[in-house]
Design a protein around this ligand. Structure first.
Ligand code: HEC
Ligand code: HEC
Ligand code: HEC
Ligand code: HEC
Length: 140
């Protein structure tokens, strides 16, 4: 009787650890991120939903294609490091030295990769059509 109880207890414990571990990875790499910044001169377009996890797991895009911290011209960011919002470094209103304005930073990041894929005939990610990335803008 006691043995059975202990067995069940360990079973539950292992289950719990499994779930907790799963939740931790899911929190590390969010399934989807909604990109919706404020502070633009004109906020003309609606938010963009990025299939974040799909991009890394299914499309095999390295984290460092999108996340960076530059030191002496080299990207020193690595998986597990804290992630800052793009807007913490890229100003929505103006370019600062070499650091692109926020809108251009996003467009350059997303579109230059998508363009390469289209050119190589490896898929049809959104490039020209704004509405394939941008949601309809909500009326305020
Ligand atoms: C590959 C995806 C993608 C495509 C295609 C795309 N954009 Fe964007 N765009 C973004 C992302 C991501 C942002 C950042 C959104 C934010 O910060 O709110 C952005 C921001 C913007 C902004 C600045 C924010 C705002 O709401 O004013 C403008 C303007 C804009 N895009 C216009 C366009 C236009 C016009 C097109 C079509 C010719 C287009 N975009 C196509 C991804 C895309
Ligand atoms: C295709 C580009 C892209 C790839 C690949 C990518 N990310 Fe992201 N990630 C983003 C964007 C964009 C954001 C939102 C940033 C913002 O809002 O300014 C983000 C946000 C995050 C956040 C913060 C989430 C939150 O809710 O605040 C974490 C953590 C993160 N990414 C980790 C990773 C890790 C780890 C990898 C690799 C396994 C990865 N990312 C791959 C573009 C990417
Ligand atoms: C910690 C500050 C910081 C954060 C956070 C940051 N950037 Fe940057 N980014 C920079 C700096 C600095 C440069 C200029 C690097 C150079 O040219 O030496 C740069 C350059 C770029 C470039 C042009 C070079 C290239 O790689 O093509 C793009 C595009 C870009 N960032 C997009 C993004 C996006 C998208 C995000 C959010 C997912 C982001 N950045 C987050 C600091 C940052
Ligand atoms: C380094 C490459 C790379 C970067 C950077 C990248 N993508 Fe993609 N994206 C892909 C690939 C690969 C596909 C799948 C294309 C296909 O199969 O047709 C894709 C597909 C998409 C799709 C359509 C399918 C889906 O999963 O929703 C959207 C929307 C999209 N990307 C948005 C973005 C946005 C927004 C950014 C910038 C924040 C971004 N991507 C940055 C490689 C990239």
């Amino acid at each position: 009787m006691k043995g059975k109880f202990l067995g069940a207890f360990i079973g539950v414990l292992v289950c719990f650890m499994f779930v907790a571990g799963g939740a931790l990875t899911a929190a590390d790499v969010p399934e989807k991120v909604t990109i919706e910044n404020s502070g633009y001169k004109k906020d003309k377009k609606g938010p963009v939903i990025l299939s974040h996890k799909k991009h890394s797991a299914e499309y095999k895009v390295a984290c460092t294609e999108c996340h960076h911290v530059y030191k002496d011209g080299k990207n020193v960011w690595k998986e597990g490091d804290p992630v800052k919002k793009c807007s913490e470094c890229h100003n929505p209103k103006k370019k600062q030295g070499k650091i692109l304005k926020l809108q251009n930073a996003y467009h350059k990041n997303c579109k230059s990769c998508h363009k390469k894929i289209i050119k190589a005939g490896k898929g049809k990610p959104p490039f020209k059509k704004c509405t394939q990335c941008h949601q309809k803008k909500k009326k305020k």
